[in-house]
Design a binder for this molecule. Sequence first.
Ligand SMILES: [Fe+2]
Length: 282
Amino acid sequence: MSTAIVPLEDDVGDVLEKAMKWSGLTVEQVAASANIAQSRILDAIDYRSDLTPVELCRLSAVLHLNDVGLCALGNQSYPIPACPGLPFVVHPLRMSHGVGVANAYVVSAPGSSHGILFDTGPNLVALLQDWPVTIKHIDAVFLTHIEGEHTGGLCDVVDYFGITRAYVPEGCQAPCGDAFTEGETRQWDPFSVQAYSTPGHASAHNCYRVISMRTSAKPVELLIAGDLIFAGSVGGSYFSGRVHQEQLARIVGLCAKNTVIAAGHGPLTTLAHERRFNPFLV
Ligand SMILES: [Fe+2]
């Protein structure tokens, strides 16, 4: 796994904007409740934040956010944890798309040339650019949701790796894909992959819980989170903020604390770490 520092997807202004959408409050209402000039909040949303820790605490209270995490974002000191203990190898593939960067992941057994792929990036060329040299075969492809930055190259990728169909969330209008629904499990030794339907960012969105079947003790698990949750933030709730919140609470409740989270954007993190710091997990 690369040890390069990967930047967070969202800054404090992004988080405030998403939190205001979840709360249903306008900038005017938040500014009045937090006793902060509206222009200072708008500056933060426009990537020019100089909100003080006291102001960030007041905003956390008004928007029901985790103040420790929001202040850390405001100070540009949000911690990124080590993610130890996985009994398999995770290869993050970070691909530029427009002004952003989207992640796909290859998961493989140590020393194996076979892997399984989660999301396909904006296109096949981008996906292959930093492809792990040890991985020669992909046995299955899973999509978290249909969006150009995550699944633009789906059919090309399926053809390239000689896979019949990809596994996609139920309700996706995806060529080359078959629905893989809540609670279903597929196994490719040594992996077990279980689907969770997690709408909110999109109407059809899956997270995947990846478990090693070879480890006898309770192994550390991997959550392929798509745009449900990021280190320090959450994805945009383009389908429904209320449903997104419900699904986030459900997934956080069912995963073990030491679960490693591999999100559609930003660095790897752990559930325990996000429960401590993520502004949206109070
Ligand atoms: Fe995304």
